[in-house]
Design a protein. Structure first.
Lengths: 115, 107
């Protein structure tokens, strides 16, 4: 069974750094793209970027380029989304997704940034 | 960047009605268009892939159609459990994008 299991909810202060994770199982992790999708409270879905764990090819939406870093550790079948300096506007639910057609979704990681 | 525009933004329908949601792309995306259903406090789920391909486990009353720039998601004989927000998504060109969503309410 394909599963994407994300790390737990985070509460951070503005300016802090954060790295959330997404562990894939039940499939060949290096053979499928893994992406990230943001959903701000009460809003729609926003495609952030995607990585191919097999060769670390990474693509970003211009809206998120330079704001976040997507990475993957294929040895532990885990993808990451990280921020070096969080802002209050980064408060949202973040989903990891598999494949270019987003056929499987993680359960979401709620990030709250507040002073 | 390819812009996807869904219509309507909101629709209130009665059970057993037929519903059609439209997604228009700002440029040709062939059939690289997928539909998702999201219920409150749940992760979205893939409901139709590549414009018209069905997904295992999704009720057969859901169907998709279209190619190029105009796409539709049709729900035949709506059921109460279909109340949700529906999103289209294109994977033709980076950056991938989503439509703004269509909220379906059951009367």
């Amino acid at each position: 069974e394909v599963q994407l299991v994300q790390s737990g909810a985070e509460v951070k202060k503005p300016g802090e750094s954060l790295k959330i994770s997404c562990k894939g199982s039940g499939y060949s992790f290096t053979s499928y793209w893994v992406g990230w999708v943001r959903q701000m409270p009460g809003k729609g879905l926003e495609w952030m970027g995607i990585i191919y764990p097999g060769d670390s090819d990474t693509r970003y939406s211009p809206s998120f380029q330079g704001q976040v870093t997507i990475s993957a550790d294929k040895s532990i079948s885990t993808a990451y989304l990280q921020w070096s300096s969080l802002r209050a506007s980064d408060s949202a639910m973040y989903y990891c997704v598999r494949n270019l057609n987003l056929d499987y979704w993680g359960q979401g990681t709620l990030v709250t940034v507040s002073s | 960047e390819i812009v996807l525009t869904q219509s309507p933004d909101f629709q209130s329908v009665t059970p057993k009605e037929k519903v059609t949601i439209t997604c228009r792309a700002s440029q040709n995306i062939d059939t690289m268009l997928h539909w998702f259903q999201q219920k409150p406090d749940q992760s979205p789920k893939l409901f139709i892939k590549y414009a018209s391909q069905s997904i295992s486990g999704v009720p057969s009353r859901f169907s998709g159609n279209g190619s190029g720039t105009d796409f539709t998601l049709t729900i035949n004989s709506l059921e109460a459990e279909d109340a949700a927000v529906y999103y289209c998504h294109q994977s033709n060109d980076f950056p991938y994008t989503f439509g703004q969503g269509t909220k379906l309410e059951i009367k």
